[in-house]
Write a protein that binds this ligand. Sequence first.
Ligand SMILES: CCCCCCCC/C=C\CCCCCCCC(=O)OC[C@H](COP(=O)(O)O[C@@H]1[C@H](O)[C@H](OP(=O)(O)O)[C@@H](O)[C@H](O)[C@H]1O)OC(=O)CCCCCCC/C=C\CCCCCCCC
Ligand SMILES: Nc1ccn([C@@H]2O[C@H](COP(=O)(O)O)[C@@H](O)[C@H]2O)c(=O)n1
Ligand SMILES: [Mg+2]
Ligand SMILES: [Mg+2]
Length: 209
Amino acid sequence: MAKIFQVSARAGMTRVVEPIARALLRAGVTPNAVTVAGTVGVLVGALGFGARGHLVAGALIVTLFALTDLLDGTMARMSGGSTRFGAFLDSSMDRVADSAVFGAVAYWLATQGNYSGVAAALVCLAAGSLVSYVKARAEGLGMTCNVGIAERTERLLIIGVGGILTGLNVKPALEIALWLLAAVSIFTVGQRMAHVHRQAQQLQPDGQA
Ligand SMILES: CCCCCCCC/C=C\CCCCCCCC(=O)OC[C@H](COP(=O)(O)O[C@@H]1[C@H](O)[C@H](OP(=O)(O)O)[C@@H](O)[C@H](O)[C@H]1O)OC(=O)CCCCCCC/C=C\CCCCCCCC
Ligand SMILES: Nc1ccn([C@@H]2O[C@H](COP(=O)(O)O)[C@@H](O)[C@H]2O)c(=O)n1
Ligand SMILES: [Mg+2]
Ligand SMILES: [Mg+2]
C-alpha cells in the first residue's frame, strides 16, 4: 500500500520534476549540488522556523526542499551520471534532514513543556533512523530491504500533517501524529528485520556455516 502510494505519487511528480531537472542541468548545476542544497533548505525550514514554533512556515519550507530529493536522482539519470557517491550522499543527507526535522519538533515541544510529545519525537527520531539503518545494513550484506509501511515519504507526510494542523491551532494534532508515527516506525523496523531474516535463511539456512 505504501509502495503503491509512493510509486503513483512519484509518477505524478515526474511531469513537474523532469523539465526542472533538464533546466538545472543546462545551467550547469550538478545532482550533488542539488542534494546538498535541498538538505540545507530542510535545515533552514526545520531549525530556523519549526524549532521556533513557526510550524506552518517550517512545514512548507521543509516540504519544498524535501521534494528536491526527487530532482537529484532524476538529474543524475538524465545525464547518464548516477554515481555510487551520489547514492551515498543522497541517503546520508536524508538522515541529516530527518534528524533536523525531528530534533526541531522535539526542541519546540520541550519549550512548550510538552514532555510526552518530546518523548514521542525522540522515539520517532530513533525508530526512523533504525528503519533506514536496517535497510542500509541489509544492502551492505548483499540483500534487499524495500519493504515497510512507514518509509521516508510516509514519515515526512505524517509529521507534516501533524505540524501544519497544530500550527493552525488544532493543538493536539502534532502529538497524536508523533505517537502514531512512533508506532508505525517501530512496526516498520520489525517488518524490515523479518524480511531480512527470511532472505538470510534462504541464503544460509540455520545450522549451515
Ligand atoms: C497538510 C499537508 C501537509 C503536508 C503537505 C505535503 C505536500 C506534499 C506534496 C506532495 C507529496 C508528494 C510525495 C512525493 C512522493 C515521492 C515518492 C518517492 O519515491 O519518494 C522517495 C524519494 C527518494 O527517496 P531516496 O531514494 O532519495 O531516499 C531513500 C530514503 O532515504 C530511504 O529511507 P527509508 O525509507 O529507508 O527510511 C533510504 O533507505 C534510501 O537509502 C534512500 O535512497 O523521495 C523522498 O524521500 C522525498 C520525500 C518527499 C516527501 C515530501 C513530503 C514532505 C511532507 C511534509 C514534510 C513536512 C515536515 C514537517 C516539518 C514540521 C515542522 C518542523
Ligand atoms: N546526487 C545524486 C543523487 C542521486 N543519485 C542517484 O539517484 C538515486 C536516487 O534517486 P532519487 O530520484 O530517489 O533521488 C541514487 O540511488 C543514485 O543512483 C545520484 O547519482 N547522485
Ligand atoms: Mg534523491
Ligand atoms: Mg534523498
